[in-house]
Design a protein around this ligand. Structure first.
Ligand SMILES: [Zn+2]
Length: 314
C-alpha cells in the first residue's frame, strides 16, 4: 500500500459536511481490497441507471428521487462516522508508520471474514538497546595468565570494540559489568556476555570458541537463533573453531540469564582460549569484536543462518 496515500488521507480527517464527499471508501483506498466486502454506501447514480432501464419504468424511478437522495445522504453520514471512528483508533505513530495498515491488509487478504489483529507495539522496538556484558568486569580477574594478563582485560577490550561498532551501526549499546545493577529485568534487542577460556594449557584441542544460551529459555526458538547466528558469523569472521557441544554448566546456567527480562534473548560466548588463541584474542581483538557484532546483527536483522550442526554418529 502506498504509504504517502495513507498519510495524506489521515491528514484529511473528516470534520464537516463539505469534506464528506471526498471520503467515499472506493476512493479512499482504491488500490486494495480493505473494504471489498463492504457494500458501497452510495446508490448508483441515476444517470447510469436510466440508460439501462426500459422507457416505461423511468417515471416510477423519478418518483423515488427524493427518497434516494435522502438515503444517499444518510449513507454518507454513516460512512463518515465509521471512518472518523476508525481514525480515532489509531495514534499518529502507528497510523503513519503504514505498518499496521499493512498488517490489517494482509490479514484481510488471508481471511476476509475475520477482523485483523491489531498489535500496536512490535516485539523488536528499535528504541531497545543491545546489552554487552564484559565478562568479570569490575568483579574479578577471570582466567589468569602467568605473565599477568587477565581475562577481564581481554574481555573489556573486545566488549568495548563491540560497543563502538554497534553504535556506528546506529544502535544504542549498554556496556555492562559482570554483576551490573541494570541487568535486573533488563530489556534489550539482544544481550551477549563476553568471556574467554582458561590460560592454562589443557591439550592441543583446547582452542576455539563456545556459545550457549540459557538452558531454560522462555523463547527457545529465539535463543537457538541467536546461538546459531553467533556461532556461524563468529566462526566465519575470526576463523576460530566452534565447539558446538562443549558449553559448560557455567555457561548454560549463567547468572545474568536469570536476571534479565524474560523477553530478552541472551547468549554467552567464550571467545577462545587464552592459551592457544591468545594471539587472536589480543592482537586481533578488532576481528574478534567484529565476529560478535556480525552474530548480533544476524539475529537482530533476521538474516539467514546456514550453520549446520554436526549430527551425532549413531
Ligand atoms: Zn569468564
Amino acid at each position: 500500500m502506498p504509504r504517502a496515500y495513507v498519510k495524506r488521507r489521515g491528514a484529511e480527517k473528516p470534520s464537516s459536511g463539505t469534506n464528506l464527499a471526498i471520503i467515499y471508501p472506493g476512493d479512499w483506498m482504491s488500490d486494495d481490497s480493505l473494504f471489498d466486502h463492504v457494500e458501497p454506501p452510495f446508490e448508483p447514480l441515476p444517470e447510469e441507471e436510466e440508460s439501462l432501464l426500459p422507457e416505461s419504468e423511468e417515471e416510477e424511478q423519478d418518483s423515488h428521487q427524493p427518497f434516494r437522495i435522502w438515503s444517499s445522504i444518510q449513507s454518507i453520514v454513516v460512512t463518515a462516522f465509521l471512518l472518523a471512528s476508525l481514525f480515532t483508533l489509531f495514534t499518529p505513530n502507528n497510523l503513519f508508520s503504514g505498518e499496521m495498515f499493512d498488517r490489517i491488509f494482509q490479514a484481510w487478504q488471508a481471511n476476509p471474514r475475520i477482523s485483523a489483529p491489531v498489535q500496536v507495539n512490535t516485539p523488536a522496538t528499535p528504541a531497545l538497546p543491545i546489552g554487552i556484558v564484559s565478562g568479570h568486569y569490575k568483579n574479578d580477574s577471570g582466567a589468569l595468565c602467568p605473565d599477568g594478563l587477565t581475562e577481564e582485560q581481554v574481555n573489556l577490550k573486545i566488549a568495548s570494540l563491540v560497543q563502538q561498532k554497534l553504535m556506528a551501526e546506529g544502535y544504542t549499546v549498554d556496556l555492562l559489568e559482570e554483576f551490573d545493577d541494570r541487568l535486573s529485568q533488563y530489556k534489550a534487542l539482544a544481550l551477549v556476555s563476553i568471556h574467554a577460556d582458561t590460560c592454562d594449557f589443557i591439550s592441543n584441542e583446547a582452542t576455539g570458541f563456545k556459545v550457549a544460551a540459557a538452558i531454560h529459555s522462555v523463547y527457545p526458538d529465539k535463543a537457538t537463533r541467536l546461538t546459531l547466528c553467533m556461532a556461524d558469523r563468529y566462526a566465519q569472521t575470526t576463523g576460530l573453531t566452534y565447539h558446538p557441544n562443549a558449553a559448560s554448566e557455567d555457561m548454560t546456567y549463567y547468572h545474568a540469564f536469570d536476571e534479565i527480562h524474560s523477553t530478552t534473548t541472551a547468549v554467552i560466548i567464550e571467545t577462545g582460549f587464552l592459551n592457544l588463541d591468545r594471539q587472536s584474542l589480543t592482537e586481533n581483538a578488532d576481528l574478534v569484536a567484529q565476529g560478535i557484532v556480525n552474530g548480533l546483527l544476524c539475529f537482530i536483522r533476521n538474516e539467514n543462518v546456514t550453520l549446520v550442526q554436526p549430527t551425532p554418529v549413531p
